[in-house]
Design a protein. Structure first.
Length: 190
């Protein structure tokens, strides 16, 4: 494995997830929202979070793609198949990371189109460069530098997702990625 700098250990992540669940529970009170987990990267985060919100919370997942290797393709694919009826519902979108903001902006727009009455955002990590974006989550687990991260659901071409901690990808691995870039296809929206 070619991991770089160690960023967050698993017990720090789990503690913060528990705090976020408490804050979210307090915000919504008895009227729990529909949680939309964004996959694949948000997989472990959404699972750990919703298990602490009780059995009344409604949970669905949307599978969106925008990244190719370690860079954003600039397009968010997968929204066209998200057809859940959200009429009259308060929605909380849960994702792994806020980077360019395209994923959460597009997913929010889709949730409004599907009839949500409120859309809030929650991310495990926010990259430093995204703090000035107009689309800002109400709940943010951690602030991290502008590095490509893996672990706790986040992957590099499908690898490292199952690591319980969060790591920066090493420059060596990024160089391999650059060399491979020509062979990795951009996601194609249907
Ligand atoms: P945007 O740019 O839309 O990014 O805010 C959000 C989505 O892009 C993926 N992403 C990453 N995945 N390590 C990852 O494993 C990263 O450092 C990273 N940055 C962005 C992720 O899928 C996220 O939902």
């Amino acid at each position: 494995m070619k991991l770089g700098e160690f960023l967050l250990d698993s017990s720090t992540i789990q503690r913060r997830v528990a705090e976020l669940a408490k804050e979210i529970g307090a915000y919504y009170g008895k009227e729990l929202p529909t949680i939309i987990g964004l996959l694949d990267g948000g997989l472990f985060f959404v699972v750990d979070l919703v298990r602490q919100l009780g059995s009344d919370v409604r949970v669905i997942c949307w599978r969106l793609r925008s990244y190719v290797g370690t860079s954003s393709s600039g397009r968010v694919c997968g929204l066209e198949v998200c057809q859940d009826d959200l009429r009259g519902q308060r929605v909380l979108l849960v994702d792994d990371i806020l980077d360019t903001g395209r994923t959460l902006e597009s997913a929010s727009r889709r949730a409004w189109e599907l009839g949500a009455t409120e859309v809030e955002l929650c991310v495990l990590v926010r990259k430093a460069s995204s703090s000035g974006l107009s689309c800002q989550p109400r709940w943010i687990g951690f602030e991290i530098p502008d590095v490509f991260v893996v672990g706790y659901g986040m992957d590099y071409c499908g690898r490292y997702r199952t690591l319980p901690s969060l790591w920066a990808l090493s420059p060596a691995e990024e160089r391999i990625q650059a060399a491979e870039r020509t062979t990795i296809q951009s996601p194609r929206c249907r």
